[in-house]
Write a protein that binds this ligand. Structure first.
Ligand code: F6P
Length: 505
């Protein structure tokens, strides 16, 4: 059966369930509270509050089968050319494990292991250098992953090097980050896959000048020769990455150098081991018990069968506060596509808008709209069972809020007063980590990576290119002479804006 027809079947399932409330679905089949959950190592996910019943879930699983998701995972792990528009593999799994016997994957695993050993030595050198601070310069995939993991896993009182991140081209970011630091006690890592990114080159120059030369500059790039030449960095301080690692999938490579500096090399390796454990599950678990597949199918259900245009991720662990920002790039840069692999238009909608924040703060800001607004926004709730801070009562309060929000959104509460009535029927997935460790965080991030890939296969799109970001970059580069007053713009609105700058600047 054709994928298009399978999607129509999903819509038919949604129509069948249109009049069935989530609360009544849960009442009619209480066993789903347990049956609709999947555990993988330290990761537990419960899908019982999603708006599909067992029959609809059967249709979703049939879609996964007909799309041959198991073969698709095998192709990914084997290093086949899954990034067809750029003619590349996407071998991020080989950065953390050797689950494939394919030559490309084995070679990638070997090369990545060698570079990791070099990185280990650089980490040891820097730890023993007497330096106190590291500034990581990069943007997008060369920033968000390291920033998330370093923040999530750092100790409350850092005993290692303090790591800071600069990404935005706005000079205020560099100014504020550098102001409290001592250049004599600081080193910088410039991270850019291409080493052609405007933001990173400009901020890298600021760092080189601030440090008074390149002696304490390090670089990570798939273009190492260029990186070394452009900033006069000695070859032994330049770590390579490769075109078979996508930027937003690269935190497991030398792009994770700042992570290892912030949390220690052993814990960086534990992060990789946690991801590799999840990789084995994604590759080998049957599709109907595969957590990445279930997560992807849930996304497709909410987007294509129910038509929800947004998806939220709410973290009930302060240390994961940067997860939504990280996932926005992973999910939206990967899945924000309108054409299939062969260039033809997609059959239906692809990625919804992803957004989110950290609970409980968000409950006191935008959750009003989630409870009573006209748009339904499916959510991923992410929490941790055990905390590592000494404030037990707070942790119980955090968990009570986490469970309460999911329950309130799903079940609602009727009132005679329409202003005080909660419609319910607002779906969510509950993801719980046993505790926040390098292993569990590695597994969580790998789960999202594989869900994104599975969604791309279901939609027939390429998860590994990002041509959509290029036009704006080209225009910005082209406008630099106009901003310097050396030329004019051709677009009339931009012309007017430039005139405004000139008048007020
Ligand atoms: O914003 C587009 C993008 O190409 C991302 O995909 C990438 O992660 C980021 O820019 C940074 O690119 P680079 O690592 O080459 O500097």
């Amino acid at each position: 059966m054709q994928a298009k027809h399978r999607f129509e079947q999903l819509k038919a399932q949604a129509d069948r369930l249109a009049a069935v409330t989530l609360a009544s679905m849960l009442q009619a089949d209480p066993a789903r509270a347990v049956d609709f959950s999947i555990r993988v190592g330290p990761l537990y996910a419960n899908f019982a509050r999603q708006g599909y019943d067992r029959e609809a879930l059967g249709a979703l699983n049939a879609l996964a089968e007909s799309a041959s998701l198991d073969t698709a995972f095998r192709r990914l792990f084997d290093g086949e050319t899954v990034n067809v528009t750029e003619g590349r593999a996407a071998l991020h799994t080989a950065l953390r494990g050797n689950l494939s016997q394919a030559v490309a994957a084995r070679e990638a695993f070997g090369t990545a292991s060698e570079v990791r050993q070099r990185m280990c030595r650089l980490v040891a050198e820097l730890e023993g250098s007497g330096l106190t601070d590291i500034v990581s310069v990069g943007i997008g995939g060369s920033d968000l992953g390291p920033r998330l993991v370093a923040d999530a896993l750092r100790e409350a009182l850092p005993s290692k090097l303090r790591v800071h991140f600069i990404s935005n081209v706005d000079g205020a970011a560099a100014q504020r980050t550098l102001a409290p630091l001592d250049p004599a006690k600081t080193a910088a890592v410039l991270i850019s896959k291409t080493f052609g990114t405007q933001e990173t080159l400009l901020n890298g120059t600021i760092l080189r000048d601030w440090l008074g030369g390149s002696e304490r500059l390090y670089a990570v790039s798939a273009n190492p020769g260029h990186a070394a030449a452009a900033f006069d960095i000695a070859a032994e301080r330049v770590l390579p990455m490769w075109d078979w690692v996508g930027g937003r999938y690269s935190l497991w490579s030398a792009v994770g150098f700042p992570i290892a500096l912030a949390i220690g090399f052993d814990r960086f390796e534990a992060l990789l081991a946690g991801a590799a454990e999840f990789d084995a599950h994604a590759l080998n678990a049957p599709l109907d018990r595969n957590l990445a597949v279930r997560h992807a199918l849930t996304a497709v259900w909410n987007r294509n069968a129910l038509g929800h245009a947004a998806q939220g991720v709410m973290t009930y662990d302060q240390r994961l506060a940067l997860l939504p920002a990280y996932l926005q790039q992973l999910v939206m840069e990967s899945l924000g596509k309108s054409v299939k692999l062969d260039g033809s238009p997609v059959d239906g909608d692809t990625v919804p808008v992803w957004w989110g924040g950290a609970g409980t703060d968000v409950q006191h800001s935008f959750f009003q709209a989630l409870h009573q607004g006209t748009q339904i926004v499916p959510l991923d709730f992410v929490g941790t069972v055990r905390n590592d801070d000494p404030f037990a009562e707070n942790h119980l309060a955090l968990l009570s809020n986490l469970f309460a929000q999911s329950e309130a959104l799903a079940n609602g509460k009727r009132s005679d007063d329409p202003h005080r009535s909660y419609a319910g029927g607002r779906p969510s997935t509950m993801i719980l980590l046993d505790s926040l460790t390098p292993q569990s965080l590695g597994a969580l991030i790998a789960m999202y990576e594989h869900s994104v890939y599975a969604q791309s296969v279901l939609w027939g799109i390429n998860a590994f290119d990002q041509f959509g970001v290029e036009l704006g970059k080209q225009l910005a580069n082209g406008l630099m002479p106009a901003l310097k007053g050396e030329s004019d713009a051709s677009d009339p609105v931009t012309k007017a804006l430039l005139a405004e700058l000139k008048a007020r600047g």
